[in-house]
Design a protein around this ligand. Structure first.
Ligand SMILES: [Zn+2]
Length: 126
C-alpha cells in the first residue's frame, strides 16, 4: 500500500466502495464518495436522510494496508445502514450532552462490530 500512487489508492478505494455498496445493497446513486485527506479521520460520513443524501469521505493517504482501507469503507457505509436508527434515537433523546454522547458511543461500538464481522465476508482472504 505504501508504494501505491494517490491515483492507485483512490482506485482501490472506489473499487472497495462499489463492492461494499453492492454487498450492503445500498442504492448506488445516493452514495457520493470523496477521497480528501482528512487530518483527524480515516473516514467520515455525512448522511442526511431527510435530504436522501449520503456522502462519505475516505482518507486514502493514511491507511497502511488495503485491508485497512477496505475496513474504513465498510465502517463508513455501515454508518449509512444504521443511520435511520441513530436518527430516531437522537430525536427521542434529550439534547443533553450525556445522552447524545451515549448514542454516539453505542453507534460506534455497533458499527465497529459489524465492520469486523463483514470484512472477511465481503473481502474473503485468498
Ligand atoms: Zn464510525
Amino acid at each position: 500500500m505504501q508504494d501505491l500512487t494517490r491515483t492507485q489508492r483512490e482506485r482501490l478505494a472506489a473499487q472497495a466502495v462499489r463492492q461494499v455498496v453492492r454487498a450492503l445493497q445500498l442504492p448506488p446513486l445516493r452514495v457520493e464518495v470523496s477521497y480528501r485527506d482528512d487530518q483527524d479521520n480515516l473516514g467520515t460520513n455525512g448522511t442526511e436522510l431527510e435530504y436522501e443524501r449520503v456522502a462519505i469521505n475516505i482518507n486514502v493517504s493514511d491507511h497502511k494496508t488495503a485491508a485497512d482501507l477496505q475496513r474504513t469503507v465498510i465502517h463508513e457505509l455501515v454508518h449509512v445502514v444504521v443511520a435511520p436508527m441513530v436518527d430516531v434515537a437522537q430525536d427521542l433523546a434529550s439534547a443533553d450532552d450525556f445522552q447524545q454522547k451515549q448514542i454516539r458511543r453505542a453507534t460506534e461500538r455497533t458499527v465497529s462490530a459489524l465492520e469486523r464481522a463483514l470484512h472477511p465476508l465481503i473481502f474473503p482472504p485468498d
